[in-house]
Design a protein around this ligand. Sequence first.
Ligand code: KIV
Length: 302
Amino acid sequence: MSNQFPDRSDGPIPGKLTLTELARMKRDREKIAMVTAYDAPSGRLADAAGVDCVLVGDSAAMTVLGHESTVAVTVDELLVLMRAVSRTVRHALLVADMPFGSFQVSDQLALENAIRFVKEGGADAVKLEGAAATLTRVGTIVAAGIPVMGHVGLTPQSATMLGGYKPQGRTAERAWQLLQDAIALEEAGCFAVVLEAMPEPVAARITEMLRVPTIGIGAGGSCDGQVLVWHDLLGLTPGHVPQFVKQYAAVGDQLLTALRGYVADVRASRFPESRHTYSMPKAEQALFEAQFQAFLGRTSRP
Ligand code: KIV
C-alpha cells in the first residue's frame, strides 16, 4: 500500500540518501539542505523540493503542540509525528530528534528509545543534543547500528542552563569548548553535527576541523549544510522569529486571509455554491418530496 510508511527492515529503501552520499557532499563542497517536518504533507513537500535531510524536531513541542519550550514533548508524541512524516518521505534521510528525558538517564534507556524511533517511527537516524554526558549515549546507539547526528551550541533542551535562548561560543573559551565538543561527538561516532546559534568564525573552524558534515542553524554560511524550522521558513511562526531565520513565504498570512474569506462567505451564504453540492436523480427527488409532504401532514415537527 502506497500510504504505508516504508519498510526499512531490509535496509535502506531504494533512492534514499545514504550516509556515504552525505559524506561525499561534504568532500565535494555540495551544500546539504535540511528542514524540519511534522506531518505527512510537510514530509511530502520537503521530499518533492529535493531536501536532503528531514528532521522531525523536538521543536514540534512549540511549533505543533503549543508548548513554551521543547522540553515537554514525549517520545510517544514524537513517534506519532515520525510515523506520519515517514509515510511520505522517500528520498531524504529521515532524522528523529530524541526529546528531553529520552536519553539523559542512561545509555540503556537512550538505546531503547533510539530503537523505538527506528522500529516504530521509521527513522533512518536519531539526533541527540549536547556533548559531555551525551558522548557515551552516542557510542552506545552507534554501536547498535543506528546513525546519530550530534547537536552543539544553543541546545534548546538545556536553554535554562545556557542562560536562555542566546548565541553560544562568543568568548574564546566558550568557542574552544564548542570545537572540542564537536570533535568529541565526531569521535564518538556521529555522522553529522548540528551547530546552532554561534558566531560564523567559530562554526567555520569547526566545519574545517570535522571530517563529518556540519549543519548550521544561526551559525553562518561556512557550515556544510543548513537547517531551518518549517514554521520559521514558511512564515507560520507568530510573533518574533530569530535573527538567523530567512522567511521564504508568508504562509501564515495566506492561511489567515483564506480562513477569513471562508468565514465571510459562510456568513453571507456565498458558500457553498451549486458546484459544491450533490444532486440526485429527478425521479428519486420527486419520490422523496412526496414522502416528505405526507410526513409533514402527520408530524408536529419542527
Ligand atoms: O528541534 C529542532 O527543530 C532542531 C533544529 C533546530 C536543529 O533541533
